[in-house]
Design a binder for this molecule. Structure first.
Ligand SMILES: Cc1cc2nc3c(=O)[nH]c(=O)nc-3n(C[C@H](O)[C@H](O)[C@H](O)COP(=O)(O)OP(=O)(O)OC[C@H]3O[C@@H](n4cnc5c(N)ncnc54)[C@H](O)[C@@H]3O)c2cc1C
Length: 233
């Protein structure tokens, strides 16, 4: 065990890093996500802090809205309706369904030759390099390109074929592939959003657009594969 009061701690300082996601699932004031019975609170939600969260506010947010979400869930379970309800959007399209076909699950052939943890490391590196807070159109395009190559290794091929397999004995691999697929979709969403925001703001620094631009006082929403801006007011 390392005692950081006695020993230096090696840290990775290639560049600035992000330790909070100022984006995520959109909820209404009752913390409904738009899917009946699904509530969200904490870092997985978005919009509360704007582009740059103040130090310490993440934990207070998680505690405050976590309690409120619990209350709302209890009300929902006992049939009480939330007093105020607004339209809410889900900002994440679930692509995992495409991996199921006729009750079979697609396990990529690469699994036979490549350890699943190597794929996980590969995706981790794509996140590290692609979502480094210092970005440009070129760096984001490169990252998207690399991501596309990566996804070919885990997604079912577009054309119909016989490579859909289901094997109970491979349940761990299936779990890992689902996680990889969802994580890679989230990376795509982040990279494309970062490309859309042609300005510098908070933890998002564009080398090609170094100034803050008030025309971008908006949040980016993703819904059913469509992307749109909406005023944050
Ligand atoms: C290095 C670092 C330093 C930070 N320092 C500070 C700080 O000083 N002050 C501050 O306020 N904030 C800080 N933050 C941010 C803060 O820690 C987080 O925003 C906060 O912990 C988020 O809480 P949460 O409950 O919303 O989400 P999380 O803590 O991420 O909890 C989500 C939980 O869901 C679980 N989970 C995920 N998927 C599934 C699934 N499919 N099924 C079941 N469970 C699942 C996860 O394992 C996790 O336990 C820091 C973050 C980092 C990374």
């Amino acid at each position: 065990m390392i005692d950081i009061t006695l020993t230096f701690l090696r840290t990775h300082l290639d560049g600035p890093t992000a330790h909070f996601t100022p984006g995520g699932i959109s909820t209404d004031v009752c913390l409904n996500t738009g899917i009946e019975g699904l509530f969200a609170a904490g870092e997985v939600t978005g919009g509360l802090h704007g582009a740059d969260r103040m130090g310490g506010n993440a934990l207070t947010e998680a505690a405050l809205f976590g309690i409120e979400a619990g209350r709302q869930m209890a009300d929902f379970a006992t049939g009480k309706e939330c007093a105020v309800s607004e339209d809410a959007e889900i900002t994440f399209k679930n692509p995992v369904l495409s991996m199921f076909k006729n009750d079979k699950f697609y396990l990529p052939p690469t699994l036979k030759e490549k350890d699943i943890y190597e794929l996980r490391d590969e995706l981790r590196n794509l996140y590290w390099n692609g979502l480094n807070p210092i970005r440009s159109e070129k760096s984001l395009a490169n990252a998207l390109n690399e991501l596309e190559q990566f996804r070919k290794k885990i997604l079912p091929p577009e054309s119909d074929n016989e490579e859909f397999t289901f094997n109970d004995g491979k349940i761990d691999e299936i779990k890992e592939i689902i996680t990889l697929e969802m994580s890679s979709s989230l990376l795509e969403l982040c990279l494309k959003s970062a490309d859309l925001r042609k300005e510098t703001r908070g933890g998002h620094f564009r080398k090609d657009f170094v100034k803050k631009d008030d025309n971008y006082n908006k949040n980016i929403f993703w819904q059913q594969g469509k992307v749109f801006f909406r005023d944050s007011s």
